[in-house]
Design a protein around this ligand. Sequence first.
Ligand code: LR7
Ligand code: MN
Length: 587
Amino acid sequence: ASKLLFAGLFFGIVILWLSTRSSSSVEQKVIIREKYVQAPPAPTQSDVPLRYEQSALTDQDYEAMIAQDEARIIPGLGDEGAACELEDPEELALAEKLMAKEAFNIVLSNKISLTRTVPDARHPMCKNQRFSNNLPSASVVIIFTNEAWSTLMRTVHSVLNHSPPHLLKEIVLVDDFSDREELHGKLEYYLRTRLPADKVKLVRLPERSGLIRARLAGARAASADVLIFLDSHCEVVVQWLEPLLQRIKESRTSVLIPIIDVISEKNFEYSHVHSENFEVGGFTWSGHFTWIHVPEEEKIRRGSAIGATRSPTMAGGLFAIDRNYFWEVGSYDEQMDVWGGENLEMSFRVWMCGGSLEVMPCSRVGHIFRPFHPYTFPGGKDTHGINTARVVEVWMDDYKRLFYMHRNDLQTVDIGDISARRKFREKMKCKSFKWFLDNVYPSKYIPDEDVIAYGRVRNEASTPNFCFDNLNHDSDSNYNLGIYGCHNTLETNQLYSLSKKGELRREFNCVQAPATKSLSVEKATLVPCHDLLGNQEWEWNKRGQLKHKASGKCIDIENVHSEEDVKVAPCSDSKFQIFQFEHVLIP
Ligand code: LR7
Ligand code: MN
Protein backbone atom coordinates (compact mmCIF):
# COMPACT_ATOMS: atom_id res chain seq x y z
CA ALA A 1 0.00 0.00 0.00
CA SER A 2 2.83 2.37 0.83
CA LYS A 3 4.21 1.78 -2.65
CA LEU A 4 0.90 2.80 -4.16
CA LEU A 5 0.73 5.90 -2.03
CA PHE A 6 4.21 6.80 -3.10
CA ALA A 7 3.37 6.31 -6.78
CA GLY A 8 0.24 8.40 -6.39
CA LEU A 9 2.16 11.19 -4.74
CA PHE A 10 4.78 11.11 -7.43
CA PHE A 11 2.13 11.25 -10.13
CA GLY A 12 0.42 14.15 -8.42
CA ILE A 13 3.62 16.13 -8.29
CA VAL A 14 4.30 15.54 -11.97
CA ILE A 15 0.81 16.73 -12.90
CA LEU A 16 1.20 19.80 -10.71
CA TRP A 17 4.55 20.50 -12.28
CA LEU A 18 3.22 20.04 -15.80
CA SER A 19 0.33 22.37 -15.13
CA THR A 20 2.52 25.15 -13.78
CA ARG A 21 4.92 24.69 -16.64
CA SER A 22 2.41 25.13 -19.44
CA SER A 23 0.42 28.07 -18.24
CA SER A 24 1.48 30.74 -20.67
CA SER A 25 0.87 31.38 -24.32
CA VAL A 26 4.51 32.29 -24.90
CA GLU A 27 5.37 28.74 -24.17
CA GLN A 28 3.19 27.50 -26.98
CA LYS A 29 4.81 29.93 -29.38
CA VAL A 30 8.25 28.49 -28.91
CA ILE A 31 7.19 25.12 -30.17
CA ILE A 32 6.50 26.37 -33.73
CA ARG A 33 8.42 24.18 -36.15
CA GLU A 34 10.97 25.22 -38.73
CA LYS A 35 10.07 28.37 -40.51
CA TYR A 36 13.08 29.82 -42.15
CA VAL A 37 11.92 32.10 -44.81
CA GLN A 38 9.30 34.32 -43.37
CA ALA A 39 9.68 36.36 -40.25
CA PRO A 40 6.80 35.86 -37.86
CA PRO A 41 4.63 38.95 -37.57
CA ALA A 42 6.04 41.33 -35.02
CA PRO A 43 4.38 40.36 -31.77
CA THR A 44 2.39 42.91 -29.90
CA GLN A 45 3.13 43.44 -26.27
CA SER A 46 0.26 41.22 -25.19
CA ASP A 47 1.60 38.22 -27.10
CA VAL A 48 4.55 38.00 -24.81
CA PRO A 49 3.32 38.45 -21.30
CA LEU A 50 5.60 38.06 -18.35
CA ARG A 51 4.89 34.89 -16.54
CA TYR A 52 4.66 35.42 -12.85
CA GLU A 53 5.59 32.24 -11.09
CA GLN A 54 3.58 31.35 -8.08
CA SER A 55 5.94 31.67 -5.21
CA ALA A 56 5.61 31.86 -1.48
CA LEU A 57 7.73 35.01 -1.44
CA THR A 58 6.17 38.45 -1.23
CA ASP A 59 7.16 41.79 -2.63
CA GLN A 60 8.62 42.66 0.77
CA ASP A 61 10.85 39.61 0.55
CA TYR A 62 12.06 40.71 -2.87
CA GLU A 63 12.70 44.23 -1.61
CA ALA A 64 14.75 42.76 1.21
CA MET A 65 16.73 40.62 -1.23
CA ILE A 66 17.45 43.57 -3.48
CA ALA A 67 18.45 45.69 -0.48
CA GLN A 68 20.82 42.93 0.55
CA ASP A 69 22.36 42.87 -2.93
CA GLU A 70 22.81 46.61 -2.83
CA ALA A 71 24.42 46.53 0.60
CA ARG A 72 27.13 44.24 -0.74
CA ILE A 73 28.19 46.62 -3.49
CA ILE A 74 31.44 48.51 -2.93
CA PRO A 75 31.08 51.86 -4.72
CA GLY A 76 33.71 52.43 -7.39
CA LEU A 77 34.99 48.86 -7.33
CA GLY A 78 35.94 47.74 -10.83
CA ASP A 79 35.10 51.10 -12.36
CA GLU A 80 36.69 51.75 -15.74
CA GLY A 81 37.01 47.98 -15.94
CA ALA A 82 39.80 47.86 -13.38
CA ALA A 83 40.91 44.53 -11.93
CA CYS A 84 39.52 43.84 -8.45
CA GLU A 85 40.62 41.68 -5.58
CA LEU A 86 39.05 40.04 -2.57
CA GLU A 87 41.00 40.44 0.64
CA ASP A 88 39.04 38.71 3.33
CA PRO A 89 40.35 35.12 3.60
CA GLU A 90 36.87 33.77 4.21
CA GLU A 91 35.54 35.45 1.11
CA LEU A 92 38.50 34.25 -0.87
CA ALA A 93 37.78 30.70 0.18
CA LEU A 94 34.11 31.07 -0.68
CA ALA A 95 34.97 32.55 -4.06
CA GLU A 96 37.28 29.63 -4.73
CA LYS A 97 34.57 27.17 -3.82
CA LEU A 98 31.90 28.86 -5.94
CA MET A 99 34.30 29.10 -8.86
CA ALA A 100 33.88 25.36 -9.24
CA LYS A 101 30.13 25.83 -9.66
CA GLU A 102 29.76 29.13 -11.50
CA ALA A 103 32.97 29.14 -13.53
CA PHE A 104 33.67 32.70 -12.46
CA ASN A 105 34.23 34.72 -9.31
CA ILE A 106 30.67 35.35 -8.25
CA VAL A 107 31.64 36.73 -4.82
CA LEU A 108 33.55 39.51 -6.50
CA SER A 109 30.90 40.08 -9.14
CA ASN A 110 28.34 40.61 -6.37
CA LYS A 111 30.44 43.46 -4.98
CA ILE A 112 30.82 45.29 -8.27
CA SER A 113 28.14 47.81 -9.17
CA LEU A 114 25.63 46.65 -11.77
CA THR A 115 26.31 49.97 -13.47
CA ARG A 116 30.11 50.08 -13.22
CA THR A 117 31.92 51.83 -16.05
CA VAL A 118 34.20 50.19 -18.60
CA PRO A 119 36.95 51.91 -20.59
CA ASP A 120 36.33 53.40 -24.01
CA ALA A 121 38.45 50.80 -25.77
CA ARG A 122 37.73 52.10 -29.25
CA HIS A 123 40.07 53.25 -31.96
CA PRO A 124 40.39 57.06 -31.70
CA MET A 125 38.89 57.45 -35.17
CA CYS A 126 35.62 56.01 -33.84
CA LYS A 127 34.92 59.29 -32.05
CA ASN A 128 34.45 61.05 -35.38
CA GLN A 129 31.96 58.64 -36.88
CA ARG A 130 28.73 60.04 -38.23
CA PHE A 131 25.50 58.13 -38.13
CA SER A 132 22.29 58.51 -40.05
CA ASN A 133 19.58 60.19 -38.03
CA ASN A 134 17.21 57.54 -39.26
CA LEU A 135 18.77 54.32 -37.98
CA PRO A 136 16.76 51.09 -37.66
CA SER A 137 15.61 50.05 -34.19
CA ALA A 138 17.08 47.14 -32.21
CA SER A 139 15.80 44.26 -30.10
CA VAL A 140 18.59 42.99 -27.90
CA VAL A 141 18.05 39.29 -27.15
CA ILE A 142 19.81 37.98 -24.06
CA ILE A 143 19.43 34.26 -23.43
CA PHE A 144 20.38 32.61 -20.17
CA THR A 145 20.20 29.42 -18.24
CA ASN A 146 20.86 29.70 -14.52
CA GLU A 147 23.07 32.73 -15.07
CA ALA A 148 24.21 34.39 -11.85
CA TRP A 149 22.07 37.37 -10.89
CA SER A 150 24.77 40.03 -10.85
CA THR A 151 26.33 39.18 -14.21
CA LEU A 152 22.94 38.93 -15.89
CA MET A 153 21.70 42.21 -14.47
CA ARG A 154 25.00 43.95 -15.22
CA THR A 155 24.50 42.91 -18.84
CA VAL A 156 20.98 44.37 -18.87
CA HIS A 157 21.99 47.64 -17.19
CA SER A 158 24.98 48.00 -19.44
CA VAL A 159 22.79 47.73 -22.55
CA LEU A 160 20.18 50.12 -21.16
CA ASN A 161 22.80 52.69 -20.14
CA HIS A 162 24.76 52.68 -23.36
CA SER A 163 22.06 52.51 -26.01
CA PRO A 164 20.15 55.55 -27.23
CA PRO A 165 16.57 54.95 -26.02
CA HIS A 166 15.05 55.70 -29.40
CA LEU A 167 17.20 53.00 -31.03
CA LEU A 168 16.81 50.36 -28.35
CA LYS A 169 13.25 49.20 -28.83
CA GLU A 170 13.48 46.43 -26.27
CA ILE A 171 15.57 43.90 -24.45
CA VAL A 172 14.19 40.39 -24.73
CA LEU A 173 15.36 38.15 -21.91
CA VAL A 174 14.93 34.47 -22.65
CA ASP A 175 15.09 32.16 -19.68
CA ASP A 176 16.11 28.71 -20.79
CA PHE A 177 14.37 26.90 -17.95
CA SER A 178 16.48 28.14 -15.07
CA ASP A 179 15.64 26.70 -11.70
CA ARG A 180 17.29 29.30 -9.50
CA GLU A 181 14.72 30.93 -7.31
CA GLU A 182 16.16 34.42 -7.80
CA LEU A 183 15.63 34.16 -11.57
CA HIS A 184 11.91 33.68 -11.01
CA GLY A 185 9.96 35.86 -8.61
CA LYS A 186 12.83 38.18 -7.79
CA LEU A 187 13.69 38.74 -11.42
CA GLU A 188 10.10 39.54 -12.31
CA TYR A 189 9.83 41.88 -9.34
CA TYR A 190 13.06 43.61 -10.34
CA LEU A 191 11.86 44.06 -13.92
CA ARG A 192 8.60 45.47 -12.66
CA THR A 193 10.08 47.88 -10.16
CA ARG A 194 13.60 48.76 -11.26
CA LEU A 195 13.66 48.61 -15.05
CA PRO A 196 11.65 50.45 -17.70
CA ALA A 197 8.59 48.23 -18.08
CA ASP A 198 8.13 49.01 -21.77
CA LYS A 199 11.71 48.05 -22.58
CA VAL A 200 12.44 44.72 -20.95
CA LYS A 201 10.50 41.60 -21.87
CA LEU A 202 10.90 38.19 -20.35
CA VAL A 203 10.22 34.94 -22.20
CA ARG A 204 10.27 31.70 -20.23
CA LEU A 205 10.88 28.44 -22.03
CA PRO A 206 8.78 25.48 -20.89
CA GLU A 207 11.68 23.08 -21.02
CA ARG A 208 15.43 23.19 -21.25
CA SER A 209 15.93 24.11 -24.87
CA GLY A 210 19.60 24.89 -25.30
CA LEU A 211 21.02 28.12 -26.57
CA ILE A 212 20.01 27.63 -30.19
CA ARG A 213 16.29 27.17 -29.56
CA ALA A 214 16.47 29.83 -26.84
CA ARG A 215 17.74 32.35 -29.41
CA LEU A 216 14.99 31.29 -31.81
CA ALA A 217 12.39 31.93 -29.12
CA GLY A 218 13.94 35.34 -28.47
CA ALA A 219 13.90 36.16 -32.16
CA ARG A 220 10.22 35.21 -32.40
CA ALA A 221 9.34 37.43 -29.48
CA ALA A 222 11.33 40.38 -30.83
CA SER A 223 9.77 43.11 -32.91
CA ALA A 224 12.43 45.71 -33.80
CA ASP A 225 14.08 46.06 -37.22
CA VAL A 226 17.33 44.50 -36.08
CA LEU A 227 18.08 41.57 -33.78
CA ILE A 228 21.15 41.77 -31.58
CA PHE A 229 22.10 38.68 -29.61
CA LEU A 230 24.23 38.81 -26.49
CA ASP A 231 25.38 36.24 -23.95
CA SER A 232 24.16 36.78 -20.41
CA HIS A 233 27.54 37.97 -19.07
CA CYS A 234 28.52 40.93 -21.22
CA GLU A 235 29.24 44.63 -20.79
CA VAL A 236 29.04 47.00 -23.73
CA VAL A 237 31.27 49.95 -24.52
CA VAL A 238 29.97 53.45 -25.20
CA GLN A 239 28.30 53.80 -28.63
CA TRP A 240 28.42 50.07 -29.25
CA LEU A 241 25.02 50.04 -30.93
CA GLU A 242 25.15 52.74 -33.57
CA PRO A 243 27.92 51.27 -35.81
CA LEU A 244 25.98 48.00 -36.01
CA LEU A 245 22.71 49.67 -36.96
CA GLN A 246 24.39 52.05 -39.39
CA ARG A 247 26.01 49.17 -41.28
CA ILE A 248 22.78 47.18 -41.46
CA LYS A 249 21.05 50.23 -42.85
CA GLU A 250 23.70 50.35 -45.58
CA SER A 251 23.90 46.62 -46.15
CA ARG A 252 20.89 44.57 -45.16
CA THR A 253 22.54 41.18 -45.64
CA SER A 254 25.60 41.94 -43.52
CA VAL A 255 25.70 40.07 -40.24
CA LEU A 256 27.72 42.15 -37.82
CA ILE A 257 30.01 41.30 -34.99
CA PRO A 258 31.44 43.70 -32.40
CA ILE A 259 35.04 43.40 -31.29
CA ILE A 260 34.76 41.02 -28.36
CA ASP A 261 36.87 42.08 -25.38
CA VAL A 262 37.73 39.90 -22.43
CA ILE A 263 36.30 40.37 -18.97
CA SER A 264 38.35 38.27 -16.57
CA GLU A 265 36.38 35.54 -14.84
CA LYS A 266 38.72 35.90 -11.87
CA ASN A 267 39.16 39.64 -11.23
CA PHE A 268 36.64 41.19 -13.63
CA GLU A 269 39.23 43.29 -15.38
CA TYR A 270 38.00 44.55 -18.73
CA SER A 271 40.96 44.02 -21.02
CA HIS A 272 40.93 45.08 -24.60
CA VAL A 273 43.18 44.45 -27.53
CA HIS A 274 44.54 47.44 -29.36
CA SER A 275 42.04 48.46 -32.01
CA GLU A 276 44.49 47.84 -34.82
CA ASN A 277 45.09 44.27 -33.70
CA PHE A 278 41.68 42.73 -33.35
CA GLU A 279 41.12 39.34 -34.94
CA VAL A 280 38.39 37.81 -37.05
CA GLY A 281 36.93 34.30 -37.02
CA GLY A 282 38.31 31.14 -38.60
CA PHE A 283 37.65 27.46 -37.97
CA THR A 284 39.54 24.24 -37.48
CA TRP A 285 38.98 21.07 -39.47
CA SER A 286 38.06 19.46 -36.17
CA GLY A 287 35.02 21.73 -36.22
CA HIS A 288 35.95 24.44 -33.74
CA PHE A 289 35.81 28.19 -33.93
CA THR A 290 39.17 29.93 -33.78
CA TRP A 291 40.52 33.46 -34.05
CA ILE A 292 42.72 34.45 -37.01
CA HIS A 293 44.60 37.58 -38.02
CA VAL A 294 42.92 39.95 -40.43
CA PRO A 295 44.49 39.07 -43.81
CA GLU A 296 46.58 41.85 -45.37
CA GLU A 297 44.33 41.94 -48.47
CA GLU A 298 41.33 42.56 -46.23
CA LYS A 299 43.09 45.45 -44.47
CA ILE A 300 43.42 47.07 -47.87
CA ARG A 301 39.95 46.17 -49.12
CA ARG A 302 38.09 47.56 -46.09
CA GLY A 303 39.68 50.95 -46.72
CA SER A 304 40.03 52.11 -43.11
CA ALA A 305 41.19 50.73 -39.79
CA ILE A 306 37.64 51.15 -38.54
CA GLY A 307 35.92 49.90 -41.70
CA ALA A 308 33.67 46.84 -41.77
CA THR A 309 36.12 43.93 -41.75
CA ARG A 310 35.07 40.65 -43.34
CA SER A 311 35.25 37.61 -41.13
CA PRO A 312 34.95 34.02 -42.40
CA THR A 313 33.17 32.91 -39.22
CA MET A 314 31.96 34.25 -35.90
CA ALA A 315 32.25 33.18 -32.28
CA GLY A 316 28.49 33.02 -32.18
CA GLY A 317 27.23 34.76 -29.08
CA LEU A 318 27.35 38.42 -29.99
CA PHE A 319 26.02 39.62 -33.32
CA ALA A 320 23.52 41.86 -35.06
CA ILE A 321 21.32 40.91 -38.00
CA ASP A 322 18.37 42.46 -39.79
CA ARG A 323 15.34 40.75 -38.25
CA ASN A 324 13.68 39.77 -41.50
CA TYR A 325 16.99 38.68 -42.98
CA PHE A 326 17.57 36.42 -39.97
CA TRP A 327 14.54 34.40 -41.04
CA GLU A 328 15.21 34.62 -44.77
CA VAL A 329 18.71 33.27 -44.39
CA GLY A 330 17.58 30.25 -42.41
CA SER A 331 17.58 31.42 -38.76
CA TYR A 332 19.09 28.41 -36.97
CA ASP A 333 19.06 24.65 -37.14
CA GLU A 334 16.35 24.09 -34.58
CA GLN A 335 17.43 20.54 -33.96
CA MET A 336 20.72 21.53 -32.42
CA ASP A 337 20.87 20.93 -28.70
CA VAL A 338 22.36 22.88 -25.79
CA TRP A 339 25.65 24.37 -26.97
CA GLY A 340 28.09 24.38 -29.85
CA GLY A 341 28.22 24.30 -33.63
CA GLU A 342 25.54 26.89 -34.39
CA ASN A 343 28.18 29.58 -34.80
CA LEU A 344 29.96 27.83 -37.67
CA GLU A 345 26.62 26.76 -39.12
CA MET A 346 25.41 30.32 -39.30
CA SER A 347 28.76 31.57 -40.58
CA PHE A 348 28.96 29.11 -43.49
CA ARG A 349 25.28 29.51 -44.27
CA VAL A 350 25.30 33.30 -44.34
CA TRP A 351 28.30 33.47 -46.66
CA MET A 352 27.24 30.60 -48.90
CA CYS A 353 23.67 31.87 -49.23
CA GLY A 354 24.60 35.38 -50.30
CA GLY A 355 25.19 37.39 -47.12
CA SER A 356 28.36 38.36 -45.34
CA LEU A 357 29.89 38.48 -41.89
CA GLU A 358 31.73 41.58 -40.78
CA VAL A 359 33.41 42.84 -37.65
CA MET A 360 32.51 46.47 -36.92
CA PRO A 361 35.61 47.73 -35.11
CA CYS A 362 33.89 50.70 -33.45
CA SER A 363 31.39 48.46 -31.72
CA ARG A 364 32.90 46.75 -28.70
CA VAL A 365 31.44 44.39 -26.15
CA GLY A 366 33.17 42.65 -23.25
CA HIS A 367 32.36 39.03 -22.46
CA ILE A 368 33.27 36.84 -19.49
CA PHE A 369 35.03 33.77 -20.85
CA ARG A 370 34.28 30.91 -18.51
CA PRO A 371 36.66 27.97 -18.21
CA PHE A 372 33.85 25.37 -18.20
CA HIS A 373 30.11 25.10 -18.68
CA PRO A 374 28.31 25.85 -15.42
CA TYR A 375 25.18 24.06 -16.66
CA THR A 376 24.12 20.55 -17.46
CA PHE A 377 24.09 18.76 -20.78
CA PRO A 378 20.89 16.70 -20.59
CA GLY A 379 21.60 13.10 -21.47
CA GLY A 380 25.33 13.73 -21.21
CA LYS A 381 25.50 14.26 -24.95
CA ASP A 382 28.46 15.72 -26.79
CA THR A 383 26.25 18.40 -28.29
CA HIS A 384 29.16 20.28 -29.79
CA GLY A 385 30.23 17.17 -31.68
CA ILE A 386 26.75 16.19 -32.80
CA ASN A 387 25.74 19.72 -33.77
CA THR A 388 28.97 20.09 -35.72
CA ALA A 389 28.35 16.82 -37.53
CA ARG A 390 25.01 18.32 -38.61
CA VAL A 391 26.89 21.38 -39.87
CA VAL A 392 29.40 19.39 -41.90
CA GLU A 393 26.72 17.11 -43.35
CA VAL A 394 24.66 20.06 -44.53
CA TRP A 395 27.27 22.64 -45.48
CA MET A 396 30.75 21.23 -46.00
CA ASP A 397 30.28 18.94 -49.01
CA ASP A 398 33.31 16.67 -49.54
CA TYR A 399 35.35 18.63 -47.05
CA LYS A 400 33.55 16.75 -44.33
CA ARG A 401 36.26 14.12 -44.82
CA LEU A 402 38.66 16.36 -42.95
CA PHE A 403 36.27 16.73 -40.05
CA TYR A 404 35.72 12.98 -39.77
CA MET A 405 39.45 12.42 -39.81
CA HIS A 406 39.35 14.11 -36.39
CA ARG A 407 35.99 12.76 -35.31
CA ASN A 408 35.75 9.27 -36.72
CA ASP A 409 33.49 8.41 -33.76
CA LEU A 410 30.76 10.72 -35.05
CA GLN A 411 30.27 8.79 -38.24
CA THR A 412 28.30 6.19 -36.36
CA VAL A 413 26.38 8.48 -34.00
CA ASP A 414 22.73 9.41 -34.62
CA ILE A 415 22.75 13.11 -35.46
CA GLY A 416 19.03 13.36 -36.23
CA ASP A 417 17.25 14.36 -39.41
CA ILE A 418 18.99 16.98 -41.52
CA SER A 419 16.77 16.86 -44.58
CA ALA A 420 15.03 20.17 -43.85
CA ARG A 421 18.35 21.98 -43.66
CA ARG A 422 19.58 20.40 -46.87
CA LYS A 423 16.34 21.32 -48.58
CA PHE A 424 16.76 24.89 -47.44
CA ARG A 425 20.27 25.03 -48.89
CA GLU A 426 18.98 23.70 -52.17
CA LYS A 427 15.99 26.02 -52.32
CA MET A 428 18.16 29.05 -51.64
CA LYS A 429 20.69 27.89 -54.25
CA CYS A 430 23.48 28.47 -51.80
CA LYS A 431 27.04 28.20 -53.08
CA SER A 432 29.43 25.33 -52.43
CA PHE A 433 31.85 24.98 -49.55
CA LYS A 434 34.64 25.14 -52.09
CA TRP A 435 33.33 28.54 -53.12
CA PHE A 436 33.45 29.58 -49.47
CA LEU A 437 37.05 28.43 -49.12
CA ASP A 438 38.18 30.00 -52.38
CA ASN A 439 36.44 33.32 -51.92
CA VAL A 440 35.92 33.95 -48.25
CA TYR A 441 38.78 32.11 -46.62
CA PRO A 442 41.48 31.56 -49.24
CA SER A 443 44.23 31.34 -46.63
CA LYS A 444 42.63 28.27 -45.02
CA TYR A 445 45.08 25.39 -45.30
CA ILE A 446 43.58 22.27 -46.83
CA PRO A 447 45.90 19.45 -45.73
CA ASP A 448 45.05 17.14 -48.61
CA GLU A 449 44.71 19.67 -51.45
CA ASP A 450 47.28 22.42 -51.07
CA VAL A 451 50.02 19.82 -51.02
CA ILE A 452 52.70 17.86 -52.79
CA ALA A 453 52.08 14.87 -50.55
CA TYR A 454 50.15 14.03 -47.40
CA GLY A 455 49.03 11.31 -45.02
CA ARG A 456 51.04 9.02 -42.77
CA VAL A 457 54.77 9.63 -43.17
CA ARG A 458 56.41 6.24 -42.83
CA ASN A 459 59.92 4.95 -42.33
CA GLU A 460 60.04 1.43 -43.67
CA ALA A 461 63.40 0.53 -42.13
CA SER A 462 62.02 0.62 -38.61
CA THR A 463 60.20 -2.24 -36.90
CA PRO A 464 57.41 -1.73 -36.38
CA ASN A 465 57.19 0.88 -39.09
CA PHE A 466 57.24 4.25 -37.42
CA CYS A 467 55.26 7.24 -38.64
CA PHE A 468 55.45 10.90 -37.69
CA ASP A 469 53.00 11.39 -34.86
CA ASN A 470 51.63 14.38 -33.07
CA LEU A 471 51.50 12.39 -29.81
CA ASN A 472 48.30 14.21 -28.79
CA HIS A 473 49.96 17.61 -28.71
CA ASP A 474 47.24 18.94 -30.97
CA SER A 475 46.21 21.90 -28.90
CA ASP A 476 49.80 22.96 -28.13
CA SER A 477 51.68 25.43 -30.25
CA ASN A 478 55.24 24.36 -29.47
CA TYR A 479 56.31 20.74 -29.26
CA ASN A 480 58.76 18.32 -30.81
CA LEU A 481 58.07 16.15 -33.80
CA GLY A 482 57.79 12.58 -32.56
CA ILE A 483 57.21 9.10 -33.92
CA TYR A 484 54.87 6.26 -33.11
CA GLY A 485 53.99 2.95 -34.73
CA CYS A 486 52.04 3.65 -37.93
CA HIS A 487 48.27 3.38 -37.45
CA ASN A 488 46.19 1.12 -39.62
CA THR A 489 44.13 3.98 -40.91
CA LEU A 490 44.87 7.66 -41.33
CA GLU A 491 43.97 9.50 -38.17
CA THR A 492 44.66 13.10 -37.41
CA ASN A 493 47.63 12.42 -35.10
CA GLN A 494 49.57 11.02 -38.05
CA LEU A 495 48.42 13.44 -40.71
CA TYR A 496 51.33 15.47 -42.02
CA SER A 497 51.65 17.14 -45.36
CA LEU A 498 54.28 18.73 -47.52
CA SER A 499 52.73 21.93 -48.77
CA LYS A 500 53.17 23.14 -52.32
CA LYS A 501 55.49 25.82 -51.11
CA GLY A 502 57.64 23.41 -49.13
CA GLU A 503 56.42 23.36 -45.55
CA LEU A 504 56.23 20.10 -43.65
CA ARG A 505 53.10 20.85 -41.73
CA ARG A 506 49.79 20.26 -40.06
CA GLU A 507 46.71 22.48 -40.07
CA PHE A 508 48.33 25.36 -38.20
CA ASN A 509 51.80 24.21 -37.18
CA CYS A 510 54.90 23.80 -39.27
CA VAL A 511 57.96 21.66 -38.64
CA GLN A 512 60.87 23.96 -37.93
CA ALA A 513 64.57 23.34 -37.28
CA PRO A 514 67.52 25.58 -36.43
CA ALA A 515 69.26 26.98 -39.49
CA THR A 516 72.75 26.06 -38.19
CA LYS A 517 74.92 24.44 -40.84
CA SER A 518 77.36 22.80 -38.35
CA LEU A 519 77.38 19.04 -37.82
CA SER A 520 75.22 19.35 -34.71
CA VAL A 521 72.18 17.15 -34.25
CA GLU A 522 69.02 19.16 -33.58
CA LYS A 523 65.36 18.62 -32.83
CA ALA A 524 62.45 19.40 -35.10
CA THR A 525 59.76 21.44 -33.42
CA LEU A 526 56.18 22.18 -34.43
CA VAL A 527 55.35 25.86 -34.13
CA PRO A 528 52.75 28.06 -35.82
CA CYS A 529 53.50 28.42 -39.53
CA HIS A 530 55.01 31.82 -40.23
CA ASP A 531 54.53 31.64 -44.00
CA LEU A 532 58.05 32.91 -44.69
CA LEU A 533 59.66 29.50 -45.37
CA GLY A 534 63.23 30.07 -44.03
CA ASN A 535 63.66 27.69 -41.11
CA GLN A 536 60.34 26.07 -42.05
CA GLU A 537 61.27 25.01 -45.59
CA TRP A 538 61.74 21.33 -46.43
CA GLU A 539 62.43 19.33 -49.53
CA TRP A 540 61.41 15.72 -50.04
CA ASN A 541 64.09 14.55 -52.42
CA LYS A 542 64.21 11.68 -54.89
CA ARG A 543 65.83 9.39 -52.33
CA GLY A 544 62.99 10.03 -49.91
CA GLN A 545 64.91 12.21 -47.48
CA LEU A 546 63.22 15.15 -45.80
CA LYS A 547 65.86 17.80 -46.11
CA HIS A 548 65.77 21.06 -44.18
CA LYS A 549 66.74 23.73 -46.68
CA ALA A 550 68.26 26.26 -44.30
CA SER A 551 70.64 23.83 -42.54
CA GLY A 552 71.00 21.20 -45.24
CA LYS A 553 70.26 18.47 -42.66
CA CYS A 554 67.82 15.58 -42.83
CA ILE A 555 65.18 14.14 -40.54
CA ASP A 556 66.62 11.01 -38.97
CA ILE A 557 65.09 8.41 -36.65
CA GLU A 558 68.04 6.08 -36.12
CA ASN A 559 67.90 4.84 -32.51
CA VAL A 560 64.74 6.87 -31.88
CA HIS A 561 62.07 4.90 -30.03
CA SER A 562 58.30 5.18 -30.03
CA GLU A 563 57.07 8.49 -28.60
CA GLU A 564 60.54 10.01 -28.74
CA ASP A 565 61.64 13.06 -30.67
CA VAL A 566 63.04 12.76 -34.18
CA LYS A 567 66.47 14.16 -34.95
CA VAL A 568 67.64 16.57 -37.58
CA ALA A 569 71.10 15.34 -38.47
CA PRO A 570 73.57 15.66 -41.32
CA CYS A 571 72.23 13.84 -44.38
CA SER A 572 73.72 10.41 -44.95
CA ASP A 573 72.81 7.21 -46.75
CA SER A 574 71.07 5.87 -43.65
CA LYS A 575 67.77 4.13 -44.34
CA PHE A 576 66.46 5.82 -41.20
CA GLN A 577 66.40 9.05 -43.16
CA ILE A 578 64.05 7.71 -45.82
CA PHE A 579 60.32 8.50 -45.54
CA GLN A 580 57.29 7.65 -47.65
CA PHE A 581 54.16 9.79 -47.74
CA GLU A 582 50.95 7.83 -47.94
CA HIS A 583 49.54 9.96 -50.76
CA VAL A 584 51.59 11.75 -53.36
CA LEU A 585 49.71 14.32 -55.44
CA ILE A 586 52.63 15.91 -57.30
CA PRO A 587 55.29 13.28 -58.01
O1 LR7 B 1 21.52 25.32 -22.61
C1 LR7 B 1 21.91 26.48 -22.64
N1 LR7 B 1 20.98 27.49 -22.67
C2 LR7 B 1 21.33 28.80 -22.68
O2 LR7 B 1 20.47 29.67 -22.71
C3 LR7 B 1 23.27 26.83 -22.66
C4 LR7 B 1 23.63 28.16 -22.68
N2 LR7 B 1 22.67 29.13 -22.67
C5 LR7 B 1 23.05 30.54 -22.71
C6 LR7 B 1 24.06 30.98 -21.67
O3 LR7 B 1 23.43 31.38 -20.48
C7 LR7 B 1 24.77 32.12 -22.38
O4 LR7 B 1 24.09 33.33 -22.25
O5 LR7 B 1 23.70 30.72 -23.94
C8 LR7 B 1 24.71 31.69 -23.84
C9 LR7 B 1 26.03 31.11 -24.34
O6 LR7 B 1 26.50 30.12 -23.48
P1 LR7 B 1 27.98 30.19 -22.88
O7 LR7 B 1 28.24 31.55 -22.36
O8 LR7 B 1 28.14 29.06 -21.94
O9 LR7 B 1 28.82 29.95 -24.19
P2 LR7 B 1 30.33 30.43 -24.53
O10 LR7 B 1 30.46 31.88 -24.31
O11 LR7 B 1 31.24 29.52 -23.83
O12 LR7 B 1 30.40 30.02 -26.06
C10 LR7 B 1 30.42 30.65 -27.36
O13 LR7 B 1 30.07 29.59 -28.29
C11 LR7 B 1 28.77 29.10 -28.16
C12 LR7 B 1 28.65 28.01 -29.19
O14 LR7 B 1 27.45 27.35 -29.09
C13 LR7 B 1 27.74 30.18 -28.32
O15 LR7 B 1 27.66 30.66 -29.64
C14 LR7 B 1 28.06 31.30 -27.35
O16 LR7 B 1 27.13 32.33 -27.52
C15 LR7 B 1 29.45 31.78 -27.62
N3 LR7 B 1 29.86 32.95 -26.90
C16 LR7 B 1 30.45 34.00 -27.59
O17 LR7 B 1 30.51 34.05 -28.79
C17 LR7 B 1 31.00 35.10 -26.76
C18 LR7 B 1 32.40 35.34 -27.20
C19 LR7 B 1 33.19 34.12 -26.91
C20 LR7 B 1 34.15 33.72 -27.87
C21 LR7 B 1 35.02 33.25 -28.59
MN1 MN C 1 29.41 33.18 -22.94
